[in-house]
Design a protein around this ligand. Structure first.
Ligand code: SAH
Length: 402
């Protein structure tokens, strides 16, 4: 195994020899400098809406990723290598030792490479379309200790399957489940429609904020559990959940934030486009014995437009869209439904800024902004933004001092 991480003996700060070539990290300055850089960016982009709170940093900003993806190929000497795609283009960089990933992942990848060699399992070649193993996905849980390995293959035929699985389990008793996912085509690192459970239950479970979540291979789940607890705790507090408050959790994934609100007594509808995540969400409601939450497998924009058209409303809209942010139609429908509060969880500050411009023109004002450092050593900034509905003219007329 090639050691790539260098630790400064004085400060304990880590750096990586693959920096710049590999697409994993984008920042290689001290963690304090990274935090300052992110705070400045958040203030530059968002302080026109409201005061930006100091970003919540990590105490130990390494080995935080609970989702690890690896691609496989051949090195110059024909040897089997595993790694990550380059920051530019589709070429892979051999990485054996990554300072962002859960430490349990790399040894599993090393064993798999050895077994691939022994069992003559070829890595998939993107250019020629030959070979079998496209990539692997490892998901881990710190709270339950469970670990899942997903072997993503170009076809369903996996040679010496039984031997491969038993050898992996023997070398890594920490592996609680192994899944084969078949992705005959599609973009690199994507999963296919079909999964076959080779060992264990086919998913892992994780506990966050007192709720238990099932996570299937294709479901979205936040990659940094330590910071996710801080993020969700802030979002749920900002939502001012009390018994009977009605909540829409748009872009809900496996139902995480909505489930925590339901646990505090809210009546929740979650909306999610990904079928696997939505199935997990419904299972998760059962696991947590919550009857006051249900899920809709639909595009969040269409769902909101339908609700607005039917004259439906809610007290709180929680929204956690992907990097592209929400569509103008989603935001128009959201404003038309007039929730008292909107709690916007964003993983891309540029689209957050764009969407806040639309929401603040449609009857809302921003009252709180909390950035959270979910992705140390990358430029990503996660932000929770709280919006309150402005009082209408009619309300102001009744109580002019307000
Ligand atoms: N709130 C969840 C998930 C956030 S990630 C959590 O914290 O775990 C964003 C989620 O939005 C993903 O699960 C993705 O599948 C979903 N998504 C993407 N586009 C969507 C759309 N148009 N409508 C509904 N959900 C969508």
């Amino acid at each position: 195994m090639n050691r790539q991480i260098i630790t400064d003996p004085q400060t304990g700060e880590k750096s990586c020899r693959c920096f710049k070539r590999c697409g994993g990290c984008q920042l290689q300055e001290t963690y304090a400098e990274q935090i300052q850089r992110k705070q400045e960016k958040a203030e530059r982009m968002l302080s026109k809406f409201a005061k930006v709170r100091p970003i919540l940093p990590m105490d130990e900003p390494y080995y935080y990723r609970c989702k690890v993806q690896n691609v496989y190929g051949r090195g110059r000497g024909g040897e089997l290598i595993s790694g990550i795609f380059q920051s530019t283009g589709q070429k892979m960089v051999a990485v054996d030792d990554c300072m962002l990933e859960d430490r349990r992942a790399a040894p599993i990848v090393q064993t798999l490479k050895k077994l691939m060699h022994d069992l003559k399992i070829q890595p998939y070649d993107l250019r020629t379309g030959s070979g079998l193993l496209r990539h692997t996905l490892i998901r881990t849980s710190v709270s339950t200790g469970e670990v899942m390995l997903v072997l993503v293959t170009a076809s369903a035929v996996l040679p010496a399957k039984k031997h491969l699985v038993s050898a992996l389990l023997e070398a890594h008793p920490e592996l609680t489940t192994i899944v084969q996912n078949i992705a005959p085509d599609g973009l690199p690192l994507m999963l296919g429609e079909r999964s076959i459970t080779l060992a264990g239950k086919g998913y892992i479970e994780d506990v966050l904020c007192g709720c238990r979540f099932r996570i299937s291979p294709a479901s979205f789940y936040q990659v940094n559990p330590v910071q996710t607890e801080k993020l969700y705790a802030f979002a749920v507090k900002a939502a001012e959940i009390k018994k009977g408050v009605t909540v829409i959790d748009a872009y809900c994934g496996t139902g995480t934030i909505g489930m925590i609100c339901a646990k505090h007594g809210a009546d929740v509808i979650g909306v999610e486009l990904n079928r696997s995540a939505c199935r997990d969400a419904a299972e998760n409601a059962k696991r947590n014995q919550l009857a006051n939450i249900r899920f809709c497998n639909e595009d969040a924009g269409k769902f909101m437009q339908r609700m607005a058209k039917e004259g439906e409303s809610c007290d709180v809209l929680l929204m956690d869209p992907p990097r592209a942010g929400a569509s103008p139609a989603f935001l128009r429908a959201a404003a038309a439904m007039k929730p008292q509060r909107i709690v916007y969880v964003s993983c891309k500050i540029e689209t957050l800024e764009r969407d806040l411009i639309q929401l603040t023109r449609s009857g809302y004002r921003v009252t709180d902004i909390q950035p959270v450092d979910m992705f140390p050593h990358t430029t990503g900034i996660e932000t929770v933004c709280v919006l309150q509905r402005k009082q209408t003219e009619q309300h102001r007329g009744r109580n002019p001092r307000k």
